[in-house]
Write a protein that binds this ligand. Structure first.
Ligand code: UDP
Ligand code: MN
Length: 284
């Protein structure tokens, strides 16, 4: 009898250990989501586009990922007013949402800039994977670039997040981009600035807080690309930015078969900071 009882408790213990291991393992299993999603998982739609105002050429297509939150309209008001001063910008505002925010739509109409307002929600496979590091804004940059590549013959593209700070002198500089221009970005990591290293007018390397295995350790706000050059290097550049936090810029640029010789240093040979990676404190 006693022996049977012992056997019983031993098997209960064995069984629960197996269950515990299965549950624990499934928790720590790496998320196997592809860094490039199946095409049908990305849904995007154009809410409104306006070219009532004209820009001086070349036009800078300023692609801004944004998402609904308390700070959204404040961020976009500040950024939109900066873009008005720039004078040569078509603002592509891409919302990580199923619908276009009416407040953002009203702001865009009010500003009178040439603009395109689109929805570009992050595909569910990434939302559900609950990744440790969220590839924020990738669906919007891909959708914004898709719109530009489909509708615009020429110009310069720039990925400008809604919370950064832009000196209006930056726009004059990047308007001259023939291939890929690069320049310093302030407030990146503990180093303070992320920048290409320039010797005799040529980019010879990079200075960044976090190199990892990246060939181009630059921030999203630290480069601009000429649209014709983009097309000549990669007709599918709109699908080149990966859903992989930390590697968005590097993989995108590598997919243009970029070499250091192709890069045009701006901002007085990368000695000036004309854009800062500022962050707004979030409140509930
Ligand atoms: N963003 C987004 N969806 C999100 C979080 C962020 O579209 O769920 C946008 C955000 O508006 C910004 C960009 O992606 O333009 C980068 O996000 P954030 O500024 O939060 O990231 P950080 O600059 O801290 O890397
Ligand atoms: Mn930011």
């Amino acid at each position: 009898m006693q022996r049977n009882q012992r056997m019983f408790w031993l098997s209960v213990l064995g069984f629960s250990s197996i269950i515990y291991m299965v549950v624990a393992l499934s928790k720590f299993r790496p998320n196997n989501v592809p860094i490039f999603p199946p095409p049908e998982t990305e849904e995007t739609s154009v809410c409104s586009t306006s070219t009532l105002a004209t820009t001086t050429t070349p036009t800078i297509f300023f692609i801004t990922p944004t998402y609904p939150r308390r700070e959204q309209v404040a961020e976009l008001t500040r950024l939109g007013q900066t873009l008005l001063l720039a004078g040569n910008v078509h603002w592509v505002v891409a919302e990580d949402s199923d619908t276009c925010s009416p407040l953002v739509a009203a702001l865009l109409t009010r500003l009178g800039l040439p603009y395109t307002h689109i929805t570009s929600p992050q595909p569910n496979i990434y939302k559900e994977a609950k990744l440790k590091y969220n590839p924020r804004g990738v669906s919007s940059r891909r959708a914004g670039l898709s719109w530009v590549m489909e509708h615009q013959p020429e110009g310069v593209i720039y990925f400008g997040d809604d919370d950064n700070t832009y000196d209006i002198r930056l726009f004059k500089e990047i308007a001259t981009t023939k291939q890929v221009s690069m320049f310093p970005v302030g407030f990146i990591g503990i180093q303070g600035v992320s920048s290409p290293i320039v010797i005799d007018g040529k980019v010879v390397g990079f200075s960044d807080d976090w190199f990892a295995q990246r060939k181009f350790p630059v921030d999203m706000a630290g480069f601009a690309v000429n649209l014709e050059f983009l097309r000549s290097r990669n007709k599918k550049a709109n699908r080149a930015m990966p859903y992989k936090a930390g590697y968005e810029e590097d993989v995108f640029l590598q997919n243009l078969n970029l070499t250091l010789e192709d890069i045009e240093p701006m901002a007085s040979d990368c000695t000036e900071v004309l854009v800062w990676h500022t962050k707004t404190v979030k409140e509930k």
